[in-house]
Ligand binder design. Structure first.
Ligand code: KIV
Ligand code: ZN
Length: 536
């Protein structure tokens, strides 16, 4: 085994290219508390396109009008990757998925049904024969509509492999072009998962004519190892999500798969089309918009992934970087902290800088971003690419959530008496409402005052605070998850003042949770706390 990092130049064959199927917006979005709106999903999808993923699973269109519209908007606007919509085997699901993706340059329908006896008997309450019939009808219908059809036998890794092979053969006969075999509950061991694919290849010679895919959950912390085992068995598509988000313990993390294949390309001989320098930015965007923080020691994108604490390590790295580093931080884009604009930069300079970063904003959105930029530039000596990224994401969020917005706040804090806050909140129906509260701390007082102004009894469930960049004048970034009668909402806020950042985040989270609980009530759905999603 060699010790060098990086890629071999040239010599790559298409047969060894591993397609990256990103499911951040579908499986990832099913994580508890995540609720992305259309604009946020579009923003993530554009960034995934910059990252170079091959397929974006944009959502599960039948599940809600919001999901349908987001998939449709992504299909219409995002160029480059294949845009895929998920569907169960019912005719309505497949029709909805097709209608949502049909305007994409490269649409895909992904249909699935469970093949394990456990799921067939208890969840579907049907028979193996019925499952076969459903697959035949679903894949045939999907193929009539779309040339690119993926089929997944759900809970594949716990299915009787011979029965699963019969089902997959039906999907192949009906024209499926990708076969994805998930480890739905994250139970498989790498050796078992690999052996399952080897058995499928033996039982189904036709499998060699289509793309075979892995989809692994991280319940035992081995989703990436299992994905690699599948790839070693011959699979050439990996389904994964940014920051590893997804149901329960999440999906295999895209950045880990991409950097694993990149760093060990000399040994594995496999490669992807991922633009690795976009990894850090994509991770930050997803973390910001979902409210899911990245753990500091997370591989590839954690704050400490390239930090060296022990003196002996620091000394080694200073003498020769590769003594303790197998990757270079710049390869994953952890170098975007350069100064891009100053206090005297104008609207045009801001617009150009944002364009260079891939944000095409104009009109009112640019005016608002410029106003926020000026406020920040007045207080902060250097405005970096990361600051701009945080600011624009912050502004995108406020424009698109709708609902309440923060008008103003005042806090009286002192060591002599409990802090008192007064806030004014702009109401969705127009006008503003004010509220005040004496709380345990200044931030608590502001949150309770916002509850008083809106008349909503929101309960804070998560609060995280961080800095966008380093240094005393860094922008503060607050992420909040709150709950209103069982419906959760996440919100983020960015500002040079942490109370301002916290108040913005709280108002946004509250707007998301209110909208969510109203939507659930309107369609008579139980709230999140009364149910759990059945699809991983
Ligand atoms: O985990 C799973 O089985 C899934 C399928 C829908 C592919 O997410
Ligand atoms: Zn899944």
């Amino acid at each position: 085994m060699g010790t060098s990092a990086g890629n071999t130049a040239g010599g790559r064959s298409e047969a060894n290219r591993v397609l990256i199927f990103d499911t951040t917006l579908r499986d990832g979005e099913q994580s508890p508390g995540i609720s992305l709106n259309r604009q946020e999903k579009l923003e993530i999808a554009h960034q995934l396109s910059r990252l170079g993923v091959d397929i974006i699973e944009a959502g599960f269109p039948i599940t809600s009008p919001g999901d349908f519209e987001s998939v449709q908007a992504i299909s219409r606007e995002v160029e480059g990757p294949i845009i895929c919509g998920l569907a169960r085997t019912s005719a309505q699901d497949i029709e909805a998925a097709w209608t949502a993706v049909r305007d994409s340059e490269r649409p895909r329908i992904h249909t699935f049904i469970a093949t394990s006896d456990l799921h067939i008997e208890h969840k579907l309450q049907t028979t193996r024969e019925d499952v076969k019939g459903q697959v035949r009808a679903a894949v045939a219908q999907a193929r009539e509509l779309c040339e690119d059809v993926e089929f997944s036998p759900e809970d594949g890794s716990r299915s009787d492999v011979e029965f699963m092979a019969e089902v997959v053969q039906i999907a192949l006969d009906e024209g499926a072009t990708t076969i994805n075999v998930p480890d739905t509950v994250g139970y498989a061991l790498p050796g078992e998962y690999k052996a399952m694919f080897e058995a499928l290849y033996r039982l189904l010679p036709d499998l060699r004519n289509v793309v075979v895919s892995v989809h692994c959950h991280d319940d035992l912390g081995i989703a990436v190892a299992n994905s690699l085992a599948g790839v070693e068995a011959g699979c050439r598509q990996v389904e994964c999500a940014i920051n590893g988000i997804g149901e329960r313990a999440g999906n295999a993390s895209l950045e880990e798969i991409a950097m694993l294949l990149h760093t060990r390309e000399p040994s594995l001989g496999l490669w992807t089309g991922i633009e690795t320098t976009e990894i850090a930015r994509t991770s930050r965007l997803v973390s910001r918009l979902t409210g899911y923080q990245v753990q500091p020691n997370k591989a590839i994108v954690g704050r400490n992934a390239f930090a060296h604490e022990a003196g002996i390590h620091q000394d080694g790295v200073l003498k020769e970087r590769t003594t303790y580093e197998i990757m270079d931080a710049t390869t994953v884009g952890l170098n975007s902290n350069s100064l891009v604009l100053g206090k005297h930069s104008g609207r045009h300079a801001l617009s150009e800088a944002l364009k260079e970063m891939g944000f095409e904003i104009d009109g009112q959105a640019l005016n608002t971003a410029f106003k926020r930029f000026k406020e920040i530039a007045d207080r902060k000596k250097q405005v970096t690419a990361m600051d701009l990224e945080a600011l624009v994401t912050d502004e995108l969020r406020s424009e698109d959530i709708g609902g309440y917005t923060l008008d103003s706040f005042e806090v009286e804090a002192s060591s002599q008496r409990p802090p008192h806050a007064r806030v004014s909140v702009n109401l969705p129906e127009g006008g503003a409402a004010s509220g005040s509260f004496t709380g345990d701390g200044p931030i608590d007082a502001v949150f309770q005052a916002i509850n008083a102004a809106t008349g909503v009894a929101a309960k804070l469930s998560e609060f995280t605070i961080g800095a966008v960049t380093e240094g005393q004048d860094a922008l503060g970034e607050v992420s909040i998850v709150l709950e209103i009668d069982g419906s959760t909402g996440a919100g983020q806020g960015v500002s040079t003042d942490i109370i301002d950042a916290a108040a913005r985040a709280y108002v946004r989270a509250l707007s998301v949770a209110v909208a969510r609980s109203r939507a659930d009530e309107a369609v008579g759905l139980p709230t999140e706390s009364e149910t759990s999603t059945a699809i991983d």
